[in-house]
Design a protein around this ligand. Sequence first.
Ligand code: FAD
Length: 467
Amino acid sequence: GSSDIQAEVLVLGSGPGGYTAAFRAADLGKKVVLVEKFNTLGGVCLNVGCIPSKALLHTAAIINESQEMGKHGVSFTQPIIDLKKLADWKDSVIKRLTSGLAGLAKQRKVQVVTGTGKFTSPHTLQVETTEGIKTISFETAIIAAGSQPTKIPSFPYHDRRLMDSTDALRLTDVPKKLLVIGGGIIGLEMATVYNALGSEISIVELLGELITGCDRDIVKPLQKRIEKQYANIYLNTKVTQIESLPEGLKVHFEGANAPASVIYDKVLVAVGRRPNGKLIDADKAGVIVNEMGFIPVDKQMRTNIPHIYAIGDIVGNPMLAHKAVHEGKIAAENASGHKSYFDARTIPSVAYTDPEVAWMGLTETEAKAKGIEYEKGVFPWAASGRALSLGRDEGMTKLLFDRKTKRVIGAGIVGVNAGDLLAETMLAYEMGADVHDLGLTIHAHPTLSETIAFAAEVATGEITDLY
Ligand code: FAD
């Protein structure tokens, strides 16, 4: 245990928050040490989150589309799925990105230390590496240790047929009957993948709705579509017990519309993620961690200890990569002697399901609850030439405007590519654009982006004859 390594800026964890912070601090001239327990950089997002899930979701979208082309007069045979090759391809995407990050770290002379780090004082961190314990002393630190899947204690986790998102992304097999516990974004995305690969999907959700936090009218087209594709969607239903039997996992339900129990080949638990705040001995550095494991921070991403910052999933919701990246830059700038604040107006959310569900700013539900005076423009994609030519007219674009200023205050989009379409509304919101800015901007025809201008024209009354 010699104090072998010195850092001006220590970054704990190399996910989107951590690597962004490390690179930014290095670019600002700091000597940076990045501690990561995985063998690759990139954290949850690159290794077992955003990237592998999106690689598989693209395949799922292609499979779905090919199977629906019959109505256009072109029929494909059933897809032949080489699961090993699909998994290898997904892994190759991860590898390109993570090795890219390793290269970027090297270029910037960021020292990567591989091992599990824990604080030992306000200025030291101990790392358990394969070559033994290393002690790092630091001037400032940025905690970016992320989160992990929430486990339900009474479930039989020794049984490999009970999966979390990391297991599900491994793609070891395609279960005949798969139950997904949790109707949030991660659960629904993995359901999309396994449904396309041929599993019979059931979803169980404790609450009365899928994707809470988003407006119901935006979720509805997705829900309608998956109600047809999936075997069952049990809402307001609790899983009380899972028995590990030779023939499968016997799941016991408690809910008005659910059966008492059903046997599944595999079960995916996607009931949320919990922050890793309690696993890093933050108290030895004097850093406050709340009961849930989150680390409270201010707008500069500073913890209660002025020279220690925290970012990403470990500081709170929403647990999203783009939030972590943005916070990473702010923390790194402050840790490097610059002044920088978190003042984004909103953080966008996207479910990369089929169709995609995307929203930002105020939802209509929130606007109503807060008594905010708003106007809305809703454009159904059934009136979009582009959506019709894609054979996907179930989508919808909704914009909310402040009643007085007419400025954009929220948007919800459901449909193919909704996540990408949302970007225009994000910029409009951040720049204070109003309903006329959106409506008078010439959008290329025929694109799905036109639905944003049309929704604005619905709000101004320029388009009236939709229904
Ligand atoms: P993480 O990515 O969690 O990284 C933390 C890192 O710290 C990890 O590499 C971990 O090994 C390391 N670490 C932790 N403790 C220690 C320690 N003591 N010592 C050393 N290293 C340590 N978000 C999106 O925005 N878009 C998406 O499409 C999306 N899809 C997702 C799909 C799935 C299946 C999952 C699980 C998540 C998804 N997310 C998505 C969420 C996203 O992955 C996270 O919000 C993001 O990774 C958080 O970044 P972070 O930097 O806070 O931490």
